[in-house]
Design a protein around this ligand. Structure first.
Ligand code: BTN
Length: 269
């Protein structure tokens, strides 16, 4: 066992899968804390980062009572139905820029390595199967003296069918409902952390182009489609075309290309 478990109660399916992944986990193979129930794993990881936790700390919960999604939404986190995970990162300047793009690629790759399921990415990093969401990622930065000190990267992956609020049921899917068989959540966690280690490593070693290329391969779901996004208190519409080297979404509006750098887009058709 390479990992030093911060809590005593890590379930055996998790410890065994992490042990098998070994050095492929990179910085995420050193410390893991497991919780039966938390508000949000992102909050626990942020508190640990502020208290000086090293890069690579992994916080996992069996359920979250206040799971958070992007743009102010909640993330439904029923007990045992998904992976609810946050990792502490301390990225340098260039790695910071493409972190959310790299995370989307890594989760899609980890899911594929663990289960064989192919997924698509909706900019910036939602993981979809056809038009249903399988996984989401929330990156939250913590600053000190005006500079980013750490980033908590949280991801939620729906593993099993579960009772969710009606709006989630209408647009979400799970690994087991897609595959029609049981899925080893420990293996999904281990492969996602291994893929994150690989893609994060690329950002740090100047191989960001490979990360962008991997995103493009999985991002075709959105490209060419009419989209809407929030801008300056209003909304704008255009046709999604590509992402650029900074990870910004390029949208054609009439005869101009507009760079969308944050937030999210909504499909119109
Ligand atoms: C989204 O697609 O809106 C992002 C969802 C992110 C959910 C994960 S679950 C683990 C971590 N803790 C949270 O409260 N949120 C993230």
């Amino acid at each position: 066992m390479t990992a030093r478990f911060v809590t005593e109660n890590v379930p055996p399916d998790i410890t065994e899968a992490l042990a098998r992944a070994g050095s492929r986990l990179g910085p995420f193979g050193n410390q893991l804390s497991w919780h039966e129930e938390v508000g949000s794993t992102n909050d626990l990881a942020a508190a640990a980062a502020e208290a000086g936790a090293s890069e690579g700390l992994v916080v996992v919960a069996n359920t979250q009572s206040l799971g958070r999604g992007r743009v102010g939404r909640s993330w439904s986190s029923p007990p045992g139905a998904g992976l609810y995970v946050s990792v502490v990162l301390r990225p340098g300047g260039s790695a910071l820029r493409l972190l959310t793009i790299a995370a989307g690629v890594a989760i899609a790759e980890g899911v594929h390595a663990a289960s064989g399921l192919e997924t698509s990415l909706k900019w910036p990093n939602d993981v979809y199967v056809d038009s249903r969401k399988l996984a989401g990622i929330l990156a939250e930065a913590g600053s000190s003296a005006g500079a980013v000190d750490h980033v908590v990267l949280g991801f939620g992956i729906n593993i099993r069918r579960a009772t969710h609020p009606p709006d989630v049921v209408a647009r979400a899917t799970s690994l087991e409902s897609e595959l029609g068989r049981d899925v080893d959540r420990g293996l999904v966690l281990a492969e996602c952390l291994a893929a994150l280690s690989n893609r994060y490593g690329m950002l740090q070693t100047g191989a960001a182009d490979d990360v962008i290329a991997a995103w493009r391969k999985r991002g075709a779901l959105l490209m060419g489609r009419a989209v809407e996004w929030a801008d300056d208190g209003g909304s704008r519409r255009g046709r999604a075309e590509d992402i650029d080297a900074t990870g910004a979404l390029l949208v054609r509006v009439d005869d101009r290309i507009v760079r969308v750098i944050s937030g999210e887009v909504r499909w119109l058709a």
